[in-house]
Design a protein around this ligand. Structure first.
Ligand SMILES: [Zn+2]
Length: 301
């Protein structure tokens, strides 16, 4: 599994036994089970080859009845690799909102977790202080943001595409953790998972305008840059197009929410730059999606 990163930082640990995945080293050291998957079903580290086509989500074009059992079985294998099972899993319908749901006992342990998003309409983030609950988010360029409070023993996981990022969904999750669980953001760690990089993330002018209006022009100017761009006929577009730095936007939001800057880890892995390893919507490789998983468990080794 060859993953190009912008530097040699050991942000991730790579696991190749069973279904391969990455985990954040900083969360591993806190004893919090966490993962981010790839396109690989299996990978042989000795030969550097693997089998691709891992299916973890029911795509829009598929029926839940046909695809559901396959993705459910695969997610259960993954959950078991982390020391859990799909019976503890909570997922959302991910509609690019900034709504965050506080997990209750009714949200997991139901007979068919694959259909659960139908009951959680227009939610893109989950937080919980219930021990051993497994939070799952899906993404094919939109980075997940993992939030962990080892003092109060609570976690959050959000899906942060540009709309959720504009709505500061990590801050919404943290606000819920503060109000509902009594967490202090100063105790928290946060990790921004693999997703599309700024070089790969062209946006329309209206997205810049929304950030300038809802955040500030100064912040929008920090997050957006004009890049050369071409129309469908290959002609250069005068003035180029905006590109958005989603990672930096979410990092700024986490700092604003009170997470100490030195406790925020930012992935340097782009799903589109690494289209051989990851599913990427922007690279039109969307046979499926990656999943992020995070368990509310603190196994200090
Ligand atoms: Zn990229």
């Amino acid at each position: 599994m060859v993953i190009k990163t912008s530097d040699d930082n050991r942000i991730f640990n790579i696991h190749t036994e069973g279904i391969p995945y990455l985990s954040f080293d900083v969360l591993d050291r806190l004893g919090v089970p966490n993962l981010f998957t790839t396109r690989y079903i299996s990978y042989d580290a000795a030969t550097g080859t693997g089998v691709k086509g891992l299916r973890l989500a029911v795509m829009k074009t598929e029926s839940i009845r046909e695809a559901g059992p396959i993705v459910k079985a695969n997610r259960d294998i993954l959950a078991r690799q982390l020391g859990s099972s799909i019976e503890f899993e909570c997922i959302t319908d991910q509609k690019h909102t900034n709504y965050v749901h506080v997990v209750s006992k009714e949200d997991f342990g139901v007979p068919d977790p694959v259909t659960k998003p139908l009951h959680r309409r227009y939610v893109d983030g989950l937080v919980t202080d219930i021990p051993d609950v497994l939070l799952t988010a899906f993404g094919g360029d939109c980075p997940p943001v993992y939030i962990v409070d080892p003092v109060r023993k609570a976690v959050g996981l959000v899906h942060a595409g540009w709309k959720g990022t504009l709505g500061r969904i990590p801050e919404v999750a943290i606000a819920n953790m503060v109000v509902r669980f009594g967490c202090d953001p100063k105790d928290m760690y946060a990790a921004i998972g693999p997703g599309v990089c700024k070089d790969c993330y062209e946006m329309g002018d209206e997205v810049y305008d929304m950030f300038a209006a809802q955040w500030s022009k100064k912040e929008a100017d920090r997050l957006f840059s004009r890049y050369p761009a071409y129309d469908a006929n290959g002609r250069r577009i005068y003035g180029g197009k905006y590109h958005l730095d989603l990672r930096e936007a979410n990092r700024m939001t986490l700092i604003r929410a009170g997470v100490p800057e030195d406790r925020i880890t930012v992935s340097n892995v782009c799903t589109k730059c690494n289209v051989d390893t990851f599913y990427s919507y922007r690279a039109k490789r969307m046979e499926n999606e990656q999943v992020a998983m995070l368990i509310n468990r603190f196994d200090v080794r």
